[in-house]
Design a protein around this ligand. Structure first.
Ligand code: ATP
Ligand code: MG
Length: 364
């Protein structure tokens, strides 16, 4: 899948923009607050239907306007198609060649996008939410069906939480089963993803850190002691069900489901110690960089081509050695990428002969 053209209307501070992205690097240069991240966010929304930054979708609409629209022509093995996403106060709507989509399979066909922004650099240091988000988005890139599966889980979770708040144990029981079923499916996805990613993270980390570097490890920590390492979907579901049973009194008291994929964590380690407390700042950043490279490598092998890459201001945040590693790695990839920086010089090494430069100023 290659993005041939991109049109943005009333998206954050961008009133109207039409771009012809490079088949390789499209480089956006501009001062602070001009709209570089907004443009990347528009591309990310188009490719994933998810917001890049936390917050509500409606915030994407340009102040004073009713709706934002992002559309793009993608060329792939099966020909080219136009996909578009429209956002307003009621939510978002996706179309393929002008037709509304109920099921999003044909929308996501062949699409995958990985974004790397300065916020990601604190992935190791911060709470589990960011790491769950990494897992979920990586799983969704890898298997688009995860979108529907995650939605089903969230629906089941909300229903069970409502039942818990109603504090009627008999009612809760009928909501537990769908939650356990949807939860087991997500757990299985995460396990498969980690199986694929772990050796790639280790390899990338070793390469970034050079000889004598400590070994990096990824361990899934299931809330309530949930063991992810073995068993099929039914067994995982049975284990999750037992934990929920055991915690029922507590969950009823709090009105909240305290175990399941929405509470789990991905524990990153260095030489078998928790990297969150033990690793240096530079090592933590090297782990994040390794996670991103591993995800890209994994998609590249699984899908037969690299995902669309979005790098927001990363070069100014990484030290020169890690930045060099990243840009050299990117140069080896036959990937389409959007990169931003305030200083053009930072991205010269990533440019290549096919690069297109845009200057971003006041949303134009
Ligand atoms: P930096 O180099 O500092 O990261 P940037 O070029 O990435 O800057 P953006 O994050 O893209 O800047 O933001 C540009 C501007 O968009 C901000 O000044 C912000 O106030 C404005 N903005 C954000 N949301 C909206 C919106 N819904 N409508 C209009 N403007 C908005
Ligand atoms: Mg920015």
């Amino acid at each position: 899948m290659r993005l041939l053209s991109l049109a943005i209307r009333d998206f954050r501070n961008i009133a109207s923009a039409d771009l012809a992205p490079s088949p390789r690097a499209t480089i956006l240069i501009g001062e602070n607050g001009q709209g570089k991240t907004n443009l990347l966010e528009a591309v990310y929304l188009l490719a994933t239907l998810k917001p890049l930054r936390a917050g509500r979708l409606a915030e994407l609409v340009r102040f004073g306007e009713a709706k934002a629209v992002v559309s793009g022509d993608f060329a792939g093995a099966g020909g080219s198609r136009t996909i578009a996403v429209e956002v307003d106060s009621t939510g978002r709507r996706a179309t393929v060649d002008g037709k509304a989509q109920d099921r999003l399979d044909s929308y996501f066909e062949g699409l995958a996008a990985v974004c790397f922004s300065p916020d990601d650099l604190s992935l190791v240091k911060q709470g589990p939410e960011g790491r769950r988000r990494f897992l979920d988005r990586a799983a969704f890139n890898r298997w688009p069906a995860v979108l529907g599966e995650a939605r089903e889980y969230l629906r089941a979770l909300r229903s069970r939480n409502a039942a818990l708040r109603g504090a009627v144990p008999e009612v809760e029981a009928s909501f537990r089963e769908p939650l356990v079923r949807a939860g087991a499916r997500l757990l299985l996805r995460r396990r498969e993803l980690l199986r694929e990613l772990t050796p790639r993270v280790a390899a990338a980390f070793a390469e970034i850190s050079g000889p004598g570097a400590p070994a990096v490890s990824l361990a899934y920590r299931g809330a309530g002691g949930l063991e992810l390492s073995a068993g099929d979907e039914a067994e995982l579901g049975a284990r999750l069900g037992e934990i929920l049973e055991r915690r029922l009194a507590r969950d009823l008291e709090r009105g909240y489901t305290s175990a399941g994929p929405h509470m789990d964590d991905l524990v990153l380690g260095l030489n078998d110690r928790g990297a969150r407390l033990y690793a240096s700042q530079g090592q933590q950043r090297a782990i994040v960089l390794a996670l991103k490279v591993a995800e890209i490598e994994n998609l590249r092998h699984a899908l037969g081509r690299p995902p669309l890459l979005l790098l927001d201001d990363v070069s100014s945040e990484l030290d020169p050695q890690k930045n060099r590693y990243l840009l050299e790695y990117l140069a080896t990839l036959p990937a389409q990428a959007f990169l931003t920086a305030t200083d053009r010089r930072l991205l010269e090494p990533a440019a290549g002969p096919e690069a297109t430069f845009y200057k971003v100023e006041a949303g134009r």
